[in-house]
Design a protein around this ligand. Structure first.
Ligand code: HEC
Length: 159
């Protein structure tokens, strides 16, 4: 009887020990599973909605067009816009492009000048796209502050 009792106690002790071990093991598994599902423990730091929102909206805003204007550069939204953005705003601001209104020949010679002196790369078939965009959207202004005078009756000043 005595022996049986100690045996019984031992079994109980082992049983408790195993229960404890299983408990710890279970907790570890649960923790690992949780960390796998939520690696930055955001559940304990409140909502992550803000950071997600910022990331998404930044991406959206990057090439946003507003009222026909590419907001980031100020260039007109037209065919060829992104080719111009990708090739013509790397070294200087798009302002420089916008402020210079030229015809086709002068745009091409400006590009050649940059290629010869400013390390502008060979634009390949993008050159046509870019020049078309520039001539269409930034042609020379037809008129200056006033039109050149014509049909003027000049008179000779008397001495
Ligand atoms: C590799 C660099 C680089 C790239 C790319 C580049 N440019 Fe330039 N560009 C320059 C530099 C440098 C100047 C001179 C800036 C200054 O005078 O302050 C310049 C000047 C200009 C000017 C003013 C020229 C003048 O007569 O004052 C215009 C217009 C211009 N670039 C248009 C363009 C266009 C259009 C593109 C796209 C095809 C382009 N740039 C791409 C470097 C570059």
């Amino acid at each position: 009887m005595e022996e049986k009792n100690t045996f019984h106690k031992q079994v109980k002790a082992i049983y408790r020990l195993m229960l404890g071990l299983f408990g710890i093991f279970g907790l570890m598994v649960a923790t690992i599973l949780y960390i796998m599902a939520d690696p930055d423990l955001s559940f304990f730091r409140g909502s992550t909605a803000d950071t997600t929102y910022v990331a998404v909206s930044e991406e959206d805003d990057f090439d946003k067009i507003e009222n026909g204007i590419h907001v980031r550069t100020g260039l007109v939204d037209a065919e060829g816009l992104m080719t111009v953005v990708n090739n013509c705003t790397n070294c200087h601001s798009a302002r420089l492009v916008i402020q210079n209104r030229m015809n086709k020949e002068r745009w091409i010679s400006t590009i050649r000048w940059m290629q010869e002196t400013q390390n502008l790369w060979d634009l390949g078939k993008n050159e046509d796209i870019i020049v078309d965009y520039l001539v269409t959207n930034y042609p020379p202004k037809k008129k200056g502050r006033r039109e050149v005078l014509t049909d003027v009756d000049w008179y000779v000043l008397e001495e």
